[in-house]
Design a protein around this ligand. Structure first.
Ligand code: TTP
Ligand code: MG
Length: 380
């Protein structure tokens, strides 16, 4: 039986703003685009702002309509990154196996460390106390036999929460939850489950493995396990590596999508190739884009499972790229991979074992005859 902890900071960006500006304390603080921005969104907000119905990813104009008395601040990423590193350093003193999932959350494999604490509750309290003492920020902690349950647990009593799920307590915790709480159940799958009358984990538990498999394919098997609180995925510790990146600046500004996608495919290829050569996998993929007026943007996505597969990385980069309008003319494109691990887990929804084999063969040929002799079709 494993002991996995999940630590997630409360209203992270907003809490850092309150820490640095104590007069904001107790007020609705909304971090995101400027309220006058036509298409900007909320990054996050303090729990006081949530009482007005403000949420992450909501259009900032809507947030302003709901909470005109709020304190609106634009993000200071460097400061959040700084605090994030501090928190991750603290977590490393609790376990050598720490997986940073995003800027404000991490999994810790605490298996074998249980005897240092009077109880799992005491273990969680110690983590929360160390974070609060060293950063003056609050975290919510969940402790459970696996990653899936630990993450649900940390979310159960936010903010400043602590929830322990013992093996005997799994059903009591899990069965009443709506299926939308399960990993991989997004809007589309959630709606399909609802239309079939499957609203809670209790409903899902009653479905057989065969039925779930034939109705949802691979996702069905995944659902079958989650409905029983089963998750064998390991905590994947991140290595102390920087990012691997590639950039390209153009002589002329480019305004059409196709040539830019072509260039992105090449950049992705170079980055993925470097990752594979170093036997590394990345979880965070970042797109950098600079326009004619030299305004520069970076957008990232952190994957559940790390990868070094061209097509997987390209898929992410393309999604990030699609969020930009190109009318202003593009001057530079860059792709970077960060949040590295030495091991990875197959992503049941996206990556096949076959792609790993193909990459290996192509890389072998390209390495032997210098880089870039053979590429997959998409990468031309
Ligand atoms: P979360 O942990 O999802 O949110 P949170 O820490 O603000 O609030 P809580 O965990 O208490 O519910 O995300 C961490 C940070 O990531 C968040 O502070 C801001 C950023 N973020 C965005 O920029 N946009 C988003 O849509 C989300 C969800 C988060
Ligand atoms: Mg958080």
């Amino acid at each position: 039986m494993r002991t996995i902890a999940h630590v997630d900071m409360d209203a992270f960006y907003a809490s850092v703003e309150i820490l640095d500006n104590p007069i904001y304390k107790g007020r609705p603080v909304i971090v995101g685009a400027h309220p006058s921005s036509p298409r900007g969104v909320v990054s996050t907000c303090s729990y006081e702002a949530r009482k007005f119905g403000v949420r992450s990813a909501m259009p900032i104009k809507e947030a302003y309509r709901r909470c005109p008395q709020g304190i609106y601040v634009t993000p200071r990423m460097w400061r959040y990154q700084e605090m994030s590193e501090k928190i991750h350093q603290i977590l490393h003193t609790f376990s050598p196996v720490v997986e940073s999932v995003s800027i404000d959350e991490a999994f810790l494999d605490m298996t074998g460390c249980e005897h240092f604490y009077q109880s799992l509750d005491n273990m969680g309290q110690e983590m929360k106390k160390r974070i609060a003492d060293d950063t003056r920020l609050t975290a919510s902690v969940g402790i459970a036999p696996n990653r899936f349950l630990a993450k649900l647990a940390s979310d159960a009593r936010k903010p400043d929460g602590l929830t322990i799920i013992s093996p005997e307590g799994i059903d009591r915790f899990l069965l009443p939850l709506p299926v939308s709480k399960l990993w991989g159940v997004g809007t589309v799958l959630g709606e399909k489950l609802y239309s079939l009358g499957i609203k809670t984990v209790t409903d899902l538990r009653q479905k057989s493995k065969a039925w779930l498999g034939s109705t949802f394919g691979l996702q069905g098997e995944h659902l079958y396990c989650l409905a029983r609180g089963i998750d064998i995925s390991p905590v994947q510790p991140c290595l102390d590596q920087k990012s691997i990146s590639q950039e390209r600046t153009f002589m002329l500004d480019i305004t059409s999508r196709e040539p830019l996608e072509q260039i992105l495919a090449e950049l992705v290829y170079s980055v993925a190739f470097s990752l594979r050569r170093k036997k590394l996998y990345a979880r965070t993929i970042t797109l950098k884009i600079r326009f004619r007026d030299f305004s520069t943007y970076t957008r990232s996505r952190t994957l559940k499972n790390s990868t070094n597969d061209d097509l997987r990385i390209f898929g992410v980069v393309q999604q990030l790229f699609d969020t930009f309008s190109l009318q202003r003319g593009v001057r530079l494109l860059g792709v970077s991979a960060s949040n590295m691990t030495e091991t990875h887990q197959l992503d049941v929804f996206q990556v096949s074992e076959k792609s790993g084999v193909i990459n290996k063969v192509l890389d072998g040929i390209n390495t032997k005859f210098s880089k870039d002799i053979i590429k997959k079709g998409r990468f031309w």
